[in-house]
Design a protein around this ligand. Sequence first.
Ligand code: B12
Ligand code: SF4
Length: 484
Amino acid sequence: MKVLLTSVPQAEPAILPGRLQPFHKLLDLLGGGRPILGLQPPYGLLYLASSLKRAGHSALVFDGLLSTESQILDALRRERPGVAGISCVSSNWSGARRLAEEIKKIAPGVKVALGGPHINAVREQALHECPHADCAFYGDAEETFSAVVSALGAGRPVPPGLDGVACRDGDRIAAARKNSVIGDIDGIPFPDREALGLKNYRPSPLYYRELPYAAVFGARGCPHRCTFCHTEPAARLRSPESLLAEVVSLQRDHGVREIMFYDDNFTLDRRRTARFCELLLARKVSLSWSASVRADSVDAATLRLMKAAGCWKLALGVESGCQRLLDRMKKDETLGKIEEAVNLINGAGIQTAGFFMFGQPTETFEEGLRTIAFMKKLKLDFVNVTALTPFPGTEVYDEVSGQPGFKGLEAMNMFDIAYVPDTMTEEQLRFLINSAFRQFYFRPAYALRQLRRLRSAGDLLRYARGFAVAALAAFAGDGGGKKA
Ligand code: B12
Ligand code: SF4
């Protein structure tokens, strides 16, 4: 069966926050005609495409950040797929509903399926809110979606009892209670990168050293329960051999020289990390790569091995410089441990990035200022600062969604402010975000340290682009740029 897959098309460039829009031309110029802020393909759809193809179906993929609604609807008229799948995040849920309606107007016989981070959280509620959709998928959808498409293609009813699937049946909605979880994620085929190509995509300037670049997902889920995060609690890791096979195929087929591993915590199992590094070294794979780690899961020996195997940057979710707030958000980390981890990573010769957020419930302006002081004390190379976004499915959403400071789903784009705690004003929250960028990036000692790291003219250009974005976020940004 033919399947059309798309993310939600945006009315305007979605990766530029409101107040940065006037600088659009300048950013284009700095980017040499390519996006200067990070733009990644919709990997969830690319994963579905490869599983569909393996099951004998064909998939046509659109990225809503690069395609207009009329291009997607034209393809629907032209290609006449049997199923149209829409992927959505919370901020574009109303856009997803509109798109489902347009699809049904043009092709009433097409089955409309919904999926993506927002659907993972709201599950069958999505079908109540979107009368034009036929099915919703939550959790790992590679196997369930292929199974449903195969049944529809063969004229069979949707197989009953599948986890992570809700389907409309007349006036009734039959819905599984649990998200689907694929146990052996090594068995999932690599994402179908050919479906969109890599050339239109690029990470943010400070997030890579070499091009071409690709992202690799080495894990699904996370065992921790931070109150602001919605993730599957069953953590599953791909084997080092499977990671190596994807790296080798990316180098062979796309000439990739840089990879960012998108695992929530690349050192969750340090034996796996070490084995992967040993494989890269034994096979003499020359690769520049980066990843994210938790502060409580790094040690000097593993970090040395990672550096030897090509790792140049590790990102940590620091979140706050206030222990009370770390405890409240169930981060399971201490400020001391975070500082120790940053020093260990620096000691191994790997650069560090820290992610911070302001605007937790009960956070005061003074606590925010303490976070900025902690940010400057840590020897970080890059920081990223956002306002807390209380996404559906998270504990903090349940806590704040009835409060006056809660602004609703549309603001959940990580540039706008989606929630203001009653312990500070919105102006104070904006001040903290902009001031954090300014105070971190515009320090003479910091500039000197980064200048010493420059290896080539290419590095200089990349840094210039990165700092142009940081400057705009610090001086003109409205919610803190997600990807400075
Ligand atoms: C890479 C990434 C991006 C990339 C690519 C986005 C994209 N379109 O995929 C870029 C940089 C462009 C980006 C932008 C944004 N992102 Co983003 N991004 C991610 C990240 C790190 C990985 C996404 C991914 O590929 N995961 C791996 C795949 C396999 O998982 P998946 O996408 O969930 O897909 C699976 C299922 O959900 C399901 N599925 C997905 N789509 C569909 C569709 C159908 C029809 C079906 C049946 C199933 C299905 O099947 C897939 C396979 O199992 C996630 C964090 C994370 N760990 O997931 C955040 C995340 C998805 N992003 C998020 C946000 C908020 C954004 C932005 C709004 C922020 C911004 N303004 O920049 C924009 C929105 C852009 C857009 N229009 O989609 C949030 C979404 C939370 C929410 N509830 O809304 C996340 C979860 C991070 C977070 N918690 O803060 N993002
Ligand atoms: S924020 Fe990180 S550590 Fe916390 S639950 Fe989410 S992925 Fe896990």
